[in-house]
Design a protein around this ligand. Structure first.
Ligand code: FAD
Length: 349
């Protein structure tokens, strides 16, 4: 029996691939939902909006191949040729032309479609929610995984960001100092970002012939993009605000966001149906204070994570451990495939 800790894309895909190999497993997840840093919000008659992972491109072949295998479609992210650009709080935003870049894509129906499709292929009894793992004991061939409940396995896969397990899980016997130190100093991609979205009944930007894309050095909104649904028949704008605004209340943030957007897009932007935000630094299953400041992607993909430990019974996985595109969905897919390749190899010995 293999226990996979974490029901994000990496843990979920590991489960799906193990199931295909006929290898028994259970997934143990701290939250009361699956998907981890993938979280699409659905409302009836509105565009699905992404509070977590959203975009990918042609450089992400493992993710694209997975979508194709699962029969999930993708569509191109709309990008204006002219965008609003705000450089200075005392000057109005300018409309500037931007060069055409390689397109990025979104998952049709929202990124959570990928998680929901995998979910449908797994047995409900193999997914155990509301179990935050806090202790792992390795005693010869038996591994005991402690959360609120206690699980036993002969192999465990940690499919969560290294900084999280290094702070939250104790090991008996202890893992090496080097491994723990590196994990404590491994950046978790986007862990302190703030995503916001506004849904609209009508695309006022089309009627008024103005850009719907914004880049700002002023804030609080620093990037804002079209987030219409696949058919471009339900409308939303979605982007990021500066992480420093985490200190404010939701009502204060919302007010500042709307004031800024009204100055740029005009009063039509205030006719939104819903304001949605996600402050990831308030999400305890994603964010973890660092012992010292980390730069983006610090120690991501460190080879120390790709060794197996305790007689090949403990495997570290998750996007941040991937040798390629760590931190991204592509990295999560690569780490899951690599983990299952190792398990199959070990079991066939
Ligand atoms: C705001 C935001 C925007 C992003 N945008 C993009 C994007 O546009 N494109 C892209 O490619 N990537 C993006 N990403 C990154 C992408 O979401 C991740 O790379 C990917 O989802 C990571 O999957 P994972 O399974 O490795 O980790 P996670 O999704 O973090 O999953 C880990 C799981 O482990 C669980 N867990 C944590 N602690 C415990 C514990 N003690 N016991 C049990 N379970 C535990 C968590 O609840 C979680 O479900 C974004 C992320 C965020 C937050």
């Amino acid at each position: 029996m293999i226990i996979i800790v974490g029901a994000g894309l990496s843990g979920f895909l590991t489960a799906y691939l193990l199931q295909k190999e006929g290898i028994p497993f259970k997934i143990v997840e701290a939250r009361n939902r699956v998907g981890g840093r993938i979280n699409t919000i659905y409302r009836e008659n509105e565009a699905p909006i992404e509070m977590g992972a959203t975009w990918f491109n042609s450089q992400h072949p493992h993710l694209i191949a997975l979508l194709e295998e699962l029969g999930i479609e993708r569509f191109e992210q709309f990008m204006d040729s002219k965008v609003f650009y705000q450089t200075n709080p005392n000057l109005p935003a300018q409309i500037v032309e931007v060069p055409k870049n390689e397109p990025s894509y979104r998952i049709s129906g929202g990124t959570s479609t990928l998680i929901d499709t995998l979910l449908q292929k797994l047995k409900p009894e193999d997914i155990i929610l509301n179990q935050a793992v806090n202790h792992i004991t390795i005693n010869g061939k038996i591994i005991t995984i402690k959360a609120e409940k206690v699980f036993q396995a002969d192999m465990v896969v940690l499919a969560l960001p290294p900084k999280l397990w290094a702070n939250r899980i104790t090991f008996e016997p202890e893992i090496s100092k080097d491994l723990r130190e590196i994990a404590l100093h491994t950046h978790t991609w986007m862990e302190d970002s703030i995503k916001i979205a506004l849904t609209f009944a009508k695309p006022f930007w089309k009627e008024e012939n103005i850009p719907r894309t914004l880049f700002s050095n002023v804030g609080p909104v620093v990037e804002f993009y079209d987030q219409a649904d696949t058919k471009n028949s339900k409308y939303a704008l979605c982007g990021f605000i500066n992480s420093a605004f985490q200190k404010l209340s939701k009502a204060e943030r919302k007010q500042l966001v709307i004031n800024q957007l009204k100055n740029i897009f005009g009063s039509s932007v205030t006719e939104f149906s819903h304001y949605e935000e996600c402050v990831w630094s308030e999400d305890s299953e994603c964010f973890q204070d660092s012992v010292s400041p980390l730069y983006p992607h610090q120690n991501n993909g460190n080879p120390i994570f790709r060794d197996t430990y305790f007689d090949q019974r403990l495997i570290f996985s998750g996007s941040e451990t991937s040798s390629r595109f760590p931190g991204y969905m592509e990295g999560a897919v690569i780490s899951a495939k690599e983990t299952v390749r190792k398990i199959v190899e070990l079991q066939s010995k």
